[in-house]
Design a protein around this ligand. Structure first.
Ligand code: NIG
Ligand code: FE
Length: 412
């Protein structure tokens, strides 16, 4: 099936094959062609050009994109969308004055979600998560990373990862999975973190690897959760099963998580609400992608990742949602992009690069996603009629996406 998009006002994010990511000053460039056509054939981008070169191109279906922009779908490289129930009550507790950490100390937080998830059947968990996935696909997400970490028992962690994998099989969106057993110390191991880590390494990891349930390994490296030493231990164990790290660091405190990630060649280090000069210089010498999660900062009223500072230091940056029940009950990448511009001082070009090509890198998908490139996945957004692409972040909170095509399939 050949699908032709014609009269495109501007076709954005056109890149040569092989480009992995963009960093520093290069993030301010968003290569495009005006008055363009784009041909999708089955699951891939077949060809594109300016309208004066269209003659002779045949298609089974044509969409007229007059006045509209076309760009690659968003790559959301950090989510926890497989979860059970919600944490609405904690939201109210926070409004009334408790902090995120205080709620966790009272047995709420991640442990609250774990309790709910453990008693939810796999089918129910799938249905609850599928609803969220459908919602984010409509908002323009075409590739997504999904973490475990609300199971905290071998069976429940595996249940989460099976659900995440199944979502990737049933929907056209590309899914990457991450084992986050080290998200919190479960109640049964209270006061015995070492015992839990031991179980994670000797029991959970081997089973998850054997059933091929995870692409990546993660740990919440933070005061009150897991230390830098724990991080080295878990990442070393993950490495022995071929799992590359993508880790939670510097959400509340800079305790050395960035350094630990870089030592283990992490694909990404995520959160970074707190960033030291040392973190920046360690990242400068690495291939590790810093990932900012501005919706989390918004929802928890914590600092925003200093995105401007990272880019001015020549670093790359990716943007993701962190969609989860506790710190970010939203998977809207459009809001993330607006918030990155408004609060982190990224320009529209920088934010779009961070949400497409760099997001693809942060989940190992640079070869297939994140840009308009011949041979890449036929995953594109068609906007409504808008004056320019800068209108997308400017017009925050409003939906300017008209059509989403993921892997060649039009999403209703
Ligand atoms: O990325 N910070 C750690 N994990 C999640 C939130 C966990 C939760 O509160 O359920 C995050 O923000
Ligand atoms: Fe997270």
């Amino acid at each position: 099936m050949k699908l032709l998009l014609k009269n495109i006002k501007e076709l954005l994010q056109i890149r040569e094959p092989g480009l992995q990511k963009v960093a520093g000053k290069a993030m301010s460039e968003l290569p495009s062609i005006k008055n363009a056509w784009l041909l999708l054939e089955n699951e891939v981008i077949k060809d594109f050009g300016t309208m004066d070169t269209l003659a002779g191109t045949s298609a089974d279906k044509t969409i007229d994109c007059t006045g509209k922009m076309v760009l690659p779908t968003w790559c959301d490289s950090h989510t926890h969308i497989v979860y059970a129930g919600n944490r609405e009550q904690e939201f109210v507790d926070r409004i009334k004055g408790l902090s995120y950490q205080e709620i966790a100390e009272k047995g709420g937080g991640i442990l609250n979600s774990a309790k709910k998830l453990q008693s939810t059947s796999e089918e129910d968990l799938y249905q609850q998560s599928a609803k969220r996935l459908e919602q984010v696909m409509q908002l323009g997400t075409g590739a997504i990373e999904i973490k475990s970490g609300y199971g905290l028992t071998t069976e429940a962690e595996m249940k989460m990862l099976r659900v995440a994998k199944k979502l990737g099989e049933k929907y056209p969106v590309t899914v990457k999975t991450t084992f986050l057993g080290a998200h919190a110390v479960p109640t049964e191991f209270k006061g015995d973190k070492g015992g839990y880590l031991n179980k994670l390494i000797t029991e959970m990891l081997p089973k998850i690897a054997q059933e091929n349930l995870a692409d990546y390994i993660d740990i919440f490296c933070e005061e009150g959760y897991f230390s830098v030493e724990d991080t080295h231990k878990i990442l070393t164990a993950g490495n022995s099963y071929g799992l590359t790290p993508k880790i939670h660091v510097n959400q509340f405190n800079a305790i050395g998580g960035v350094q630990a990630g870089v030592v283990h060649d992490a694909l990404s280090v995520d959160h970074l609400e707190i960033v030291t000069e040392e973190d920046i210089s360690v990242l400068q010498g690495s291939d590790t992608m810093p990932v900012a999660l501005p919706s989390c900062s918004y929802f928890l009223s914590i600092p925003y990742t200093p995105g401007r500072r990272l880019l001015d230091a020549g670093l790359p940056l990716a943007l993701a949602t962190d969609y989860n029940p506790g710190s970010t009950p939203s998977g809207n990448m459009n809001f993330v992009i607006s918030t990155a511009c408004i609060k982190m001082k990224l320009t529209p070009e920088e934010a779009i690069n961070a949400a497409t090509i760099n997001g693809a890198y942060a989940m190992g998908l640079s070869e297939t996603h994140g840009s308009i490139t011949k041979g890449k996945s036929a995953s594109v957004l068609i906007t409504k009629e808008i004056p320019s692409y800068g209108f997308l972040p400017y017009d925050f909170g409003n939906n300017n996406i008209e059509t989403v095509i993921i892997n060649g399939q039009t999403i209703d």
